[in-house]
Design a protein around this ligand. Structure first.
Ligand code: MN
Ligand code: MN
Length: 318
């Protein structure tokens, strides 16, 4: 009989259409939830104004359906606004697992079990009423084959859980503030460093951002082999570095010139570090490049790097 078949067919296609609509609604809802945090995944469809507008940068490659980007690869953070002045590079790419945390980006060392460096953009839009979430926790974004640092690694170690991207730099959203408490953003710091010159430099940077300036910051550790460890093999840095490029709103790599203010600081993670003002740890980007092995600000023209990187900023404390 052909009649029942003829009746059944439209019923089936109606059901299929209904299922498709439900599926699309679910996908849309999921998609909306993912758009919740301030930072989306870098994509060609939504270039950030500061990277899109800068003539010196070619448009960053991005993930598309046809070219999936490998998790942990450098391509996975390309196009992030936080590395608009360049992704730091050194001679050993084997200890770099890149993570786009949206609130900031970082390179993680599976061997040292700390970030090599963390990079973030800071301006007054990052301030708000969100308090410290204080939810220190393992970073499940790391592949299971890596050790995931946890609270007990720092317990009774004699070291603070020192933020690279500070909690106070991400107070506009609970999700972004919480990201700063992932252990992939943390290095063991002596309290006198963490609560001393390191924190005073953080506060100075926030003051510049509050005044309306746009900052590009990168911070990390200097490790001298064989590096000491705490807990389950978490490397203790011999020193911490921070580079801050001070720009105006809407500016990017192409706007960095000979007159751009750059603060570079190198602070020993050693006893006595707290006895000096943070300004006494100011140094040049070149000195940090030499100590860390990384090339920073590499999206800035070589000509400008050669002028701004040997310079030591003069800043009055307080
Ligand atoms: Mn701190
Ligand atoms: Mn450089």
């Amino acid at each position: 009989m052909t009649v029942p078949r003829g009746r059944r067919a439209p019923r089936h296609s109606l059901l299929a259409t209904f299922s498709l609509v439900v599926l699309l609604l679910l996908l849309a809802r999921f998609g909306l939830l993912q758009c919740g945090p301030r930072y989306g995944r870098p994509s060609a469809e939504m270039p950030h104004p500061t990277t899109a507008g800068s003539g010196a940068n070619s448009p960053a490659p991005s993930a598309t359906a046809s070219s999936p980007v490998l998790r942990g690869s450098e391509a996975s953070i390309l196009g992030s606004v936080h590395v608009a002045l360049g992704t730091p590079h050194d001679a050993d790419p084997s200890d770099e697992y890149f993570l786009d945390q949206r609130a900031f980006v970082l390179s993680y060392s599976p061997e040292k079990r700390v970030p090599n460096w963390v990079a973030w953009q800071l301006d007054r839009t990052h301030f708000g009423n969100v308090g410290r979430k204080d939810d220190f926790r393992s970073d499940l974004a790391l592949p299971a084959r890596f050790y995931r640092v946890k609270e007990s690694d720092y317990l009774h170690s004699g070291y603070d859980r020192g933020h690279m991207c500070p909690s106070a730099d991400r107070q506009d959203s609970l999700a972004d503030n919480s990201q700063t408490f992932l252990f992939t953003n943390i290095q063991p710091q002596l309290r006198e460093l963490n609560a001393g010159p390191w924190e005073h430099l953080e506060a100075y940077a926030r003051k510049l951002a509050q005044r309306g300036q746009l900052l590009y910051v990168v911070a990390g550790g200097i490790f001298s082999a064989p590096f000491p460890t705490i807990g389950n093999g978490v490397a203790v840095p011999a020193a911490n570095f921070k580079i801050i490029v001070v720009l105006n709103q809407g500016q990017g790599a192409a706007d960095v010139d000979e007159s751009t203010q750059v603060l570079a600081a190198l602070m020993p993670n050693q006893r006595g570090v707290g006895e000096r003002e943070w300004t006494q740890y100011l140094t040049s980007v070149d000195a940090i490049e030499q100590a860390s092995g990384y090339d920073f600000l590499n999206a800035v023209s070589e000509r400008v790097q050669r002028v701004i990187e040997p310079r030591v900023a003069a800043v009055m404390a307080r």
